[in-house]
Design a protein around this ligand. Structure first.
Ligand SMILES: NC(=O)c1ccc[n+]([C@@H]2O[C@H](COP(=O)([O-])OP(=O)(O)OC[C@H]3O[C@@H](n4cnc5c(N)ncnc54)[C@H](O)[C@@H]3O)[C@@H](O)[C@H]2O)c1
Length: 269
């Protein structure tokens, strides 16, 4: 996304936990140093994001587009095998980290009312739980939350002319299957990939070129698309989910008709 924005002449502030990745990204961008800023920050640490936002506005005079993109795959496997530590890490990074990023940058974005845009990276996993299961229950939970946050945020920011786009991609060729190496000490420290990570690694190797994806994101901003679907593969699964929800509305009438349903069952459920 940074490369795609740079192609369009934007100044870029890169914010990441990993200083090496910041260096690599800066090299790839090949921008004059007046156009790029790097800030080492942890999205689970609000103060570090506030400092990054201050550095960015100090250097560039303001913020027009915020991409809340940092995220991790977290624990992969059946939910009953996940630990409290696993939950803390993925919830803090994928949900709280996304919220923190927006909260820390909103004051600056609001100054550009009418010309601002928020981009939240959710996932296709924020629109459906894959059937059969892929051991992504924790990831699904957090990405559904990002979609909900984005929808609420878009309503609240609309009066200010600030658009919101929620990215719901399929597989993009990145390093995301190695997210375990970024696990902070406070969440248990780095952990090794599991067998499931390996499956993901194979999938990500054949994913969309990130630069192509970044260009799609810019087009989505121009079109002010709220939900951004870039990969059509799971359309049927999303449609089936919506169908189940509509069916639940139709089934609501049944709830009124049968107190005797529970009578005599003895389960108290
Ligand atoms: N790659 C895909 O196929 C795919 C698909 C759907 C959604 N996503 C989402 O895209 C986003 C970006 O992931 P990616 O695919 O580029 O993976 P990636 O692992 O290559 O990049 C994630 C980046 O986030 C950084 N990061 C992790 N935790 C952080 C924290 N707490 N604070 C600051 N930086 C942190 C990492 O250092 C890394 O540079 C994530 O939200 C991911 O869930 C990716």
């Amino acid at each position: 996304m940074a490369r795609a924005f740079a192609e369009r002449g934007a100044n870029i502030a890169l914010v990441d936990l990993d200083s090496k990745r910041l260096e690599q990204a800066t090299e790839v961008l090949q921008l004059d140093e007046s156009r790029v800023l790097t800030c080492c920050a942890d999205t689970t640490d609000f103060a570090s994001l506030e400092s990054s936002a201050a550095l960015t506005t100090g250097k560039f005079g303001g913020i027009n587009v915020v991409c809340a993109n940092a995220g991790v795959t977290g624990f992969l496997g059946p939910l009953e095998q996940g630990t409290n530590e696993d939950w803390n890490w993925i919830v803090d990074v994928n949900i709280k980290g996304t919220v923190n990023t927006i909260q820390a940058t909103l004051p600056s974005l609001m100054k550009n009312a009418g010309d601002g845009h928020v981009v939240l990276t959710a996932s296709i996993s924020g629109l459906r739980v894959h059937k059969p299961g892929r051991g992504q229950g924790m990831y699904n939970t957090t990405k559904f939350a990002v979609v909900g946050f984005g929808e609420a945020l878009s309503l609240d920011l609309e009066p200010y002319g600030i658009g919101v786009s929620i990215l719901c991609p399929g597989v993009v060729k990145t390093d995301f299957s190695n997210a375990g190496k970024y696990r902070q000490e406070k969440f248990g420290g780095p952990h090794k990939e599991s067998r499931d990570d390996f499956v993901l690694a194979k999938a990500s190797a054949s994913g969309t070129d990130p630069l192509v994806f970044g260009r799609w994101v810019i087009r989505a901003i121009e079109l002010n698309q709220l939900i951004v679907v870039t990969h059509p593969d799971d359309r049927d699964q999303v449609a089936a989910r919506h169908q189940r929800i509509m069916q639940a509305f139709d089934d609501s009438a049944k709830l009124e008709s049968g107190p005797d349903m529970l009578q005599g069952s003895g389960t108290g459920s």
